[in-house]
Ligand binder design. Structure first.
Ligand code: SAH
Ligand code: SF4
Ligand code: F3S
Length: 474
């Protein structure tokens, strides 16, 4: 057993990061353990978790399990969890209640918890004492060890907890079962060293570790060979890519090399304003296959709050960067993340946030009420706001954000845009996909168009999506 430890999770040393390419194995005793058995995975959280789930699926299939989308028929149920806010916590414990119920009638079901909540000391303490029926718990640093963890739990018939609160290394050659045949997630870095005062991620994901450029390029080249059209480069702070490698190779170099692989569409998330430099802007503007879409989290428009958050930029610097991006990259769309009701946020601070939204007129924004996370500095800061005040601020912010989202979308009416048709739409007989600027479009098109990048004429606009039809040149 290895338990998470909050103090150890905070540690950052100068220790060199190891690239480990040969640590994934399935012991022979586990290769057919899943024969005629099914797995079900529920995933919470960000794209990184979604991509981790793609790894976990491939690992389970290496043990002969097959996937089911129906939890009731599963022999192994895994919850890949997120710890970013309280409601992510609540969702996971709510779901666990349903699994417990199922396990009462089918005691042989294996239940496992992984992901960011598994990295939290307080959560694992709870699982150990109150959820003894959970069979396995593993963290973000050792998901490739799942076959061994499962083997141990089955052999010993006891709860197996294997979570490491370490800075972490980079593991290559972990198998992956991708959800899409057209677009793929590609990790370019793991962890985060920014330690924004509200955020749990540096504790759950460890130190910033960049993958080697050649490993990333090779992965993208293979995706091109396999017919993929789009890659999204993933990291908590992609703009800081490479800083830990000491190779004098940064995000702008990587973007340029990925662009040269010829993949049709490149996206990247998330960009911290702090590390966004002119070189990056130049490269994005230069290569047509780097999509003109940037997610640039603001968090707050108040300099006082930004300082308390540890974001290391001011409102003015954010707006300058925003304008520079807008002016240098034609047709760019910019989205953001905003937290309201951070400890100490006054009406005036909140108005500063509204002011930035009015200045920047974001294409869209994810908005959140501050949620105290155990172990982070902001959780200890005094917060005088009532629940009503918090909700009112969120409501007011959302109204403004939605207004601009609709206005931005309206600029698309009647225009011809390029869309990668990636799936069936919820509307009958339609396909759906995203424009290069990351606008969701439902397109009237036969299913033969699935997987293609097509010209679409926009016929109708909503706040969160658009409708369109295939545009044929005459
Ligand atoms: N690495 C990204 C953010 C990842 S978390 C960045 O720095 O931009 C995604 C978003 O969740 C954050 O941008 C922030 O807006 C929100 N968030 C993170 N911690 C939070 C907390 N404790 N309470 C409320 N929202 C939070
Ligand atoms: Fe969290 Fe800040 Fe790191 Fe983003 S940059 S993951 S908000 S600590
Ligand atoms: Fe959640 Fe972990 Fe992502 S906390 S947002 S799943 S990095």
């Amino acid at each position: 057993m290895n338990l998470p430890n909050l103090k150890e999770a905070k540690v950052r040393t100068n220790k060199d990061i190891k690239i480990i390419s040969d640590d994934y194995k399935v012991p022979s005793s586990m290769k057919t353990i899943g024969k005629n058995k099914k797995y079900y995975i529920k995933t919470y959280g960000c794209q990184m978790n979604v991509h981790d789930t793609e790894n976990i699926k491939a690992i389970l299939e290496d043990m002969s399990f097959t996937e089911t989308l129906d939890m009731e028929s599963a022999d192994i149920i895994l919850l890949n969890t997120c710890a970013i806010r309280e409601n992510a916590h609540n969702k996971m414990f709510g779901f666990l209640g349903r699994v417990k119920h199922l396990k009462e009638s089918k005691p042989d079901i294996i239940c496992g918890i992984c992901g960011c909540m598994a990295q939290e000391e307080s959560v694992v303490d709870d699982i150990k004492s109150k959820y003894k029926w959970v069979d396995i718990v593993f963290g973000t640093h050792n998901l490739h060890k799942l076959p061994f963890i499962l083997e141990e739990s089955l052999n010993e018939k006891k709860q197996e907890i294997e979570v490491f609160s370490i800075e972490g290394d980079v593991y290559e050659n972990i198998p992956v079962k991708r959800d899409s045949k057209y677009k793929a997630w590609v990790n370019i870095m793991y962890g985060c060293d920014k330690f924004c005062t509200y955020c749990i991620v540096p504790y759950t994901r460890g130190k910033q570790r960049s993958r080697r450029p050649l490993d990333i390029i090779k992965e993208v080249e293979n995706l091109v060979k396999d017919g993929y059209s789009e890659v999204t480069l993933l990291g908590q702070n992609v703009n800081a890519y490479g800083k830990d490698l000491k190779l004098n190779y940064t995000m702008s170099n990587l973007l340029e090399d990925v662009a040269k692989t010829g993949i049709k569409r490149i996206r990247f998330v998330t960009s911290h304003p702090w590390d966004f430099n002119d070189e990056m802007i130049k490269v994005i503007a230069k290569y047509p296959n780097i999509m003109p879409y940037i997610h640039l989290p603001l968090q707050s428009g108040s300099n006082k709050i930004l300082k308390l958050m540890g974001r290391r930029y001011t409102k003015e610097e954010y707006i300058d960067l925003f304008n520079k991006i807008r002016m240098s990259i034609p047709n760019v769309s910019i989205t953001t993340d905003i937290i309201v009701a951070f400890p100490g946020e006054t009406d005036e601070d909140f108005n500063d946030t509204l002011d930035v939204v009015n200045t920047c007129k974001f294409d869209s924004a994810f908005t959140f009420i501050f949620s105290p996370r155990v172990g982070t500095p902001a959780a200890k800061m005094k917060n005088d706001l009532t629940e009503k005040e918090k909700n009112d601020r969120l409501y007011k912010l959302n109204e403004l954000v939605n207004k601009y989202a609709l206005l931005k979308n309206q600029e698309y009416l009647g225009k011809i845009v390029s869309v990668l048709l990636e799936d069936f739409s919820e509307k009958d007989g339609n396909l759906m996909g995203y424009t290069d600027t990351m606008k969701l479009v439902n397109v009237k098109a036969p299913k033969e168009y699935l997987g293609k990048i097509v010209d679409v004429k926009i016929t109708d606009i909503k706040t969160w999506s658009m409708d369109g039809e295939i545009y044929e040149k005459v």
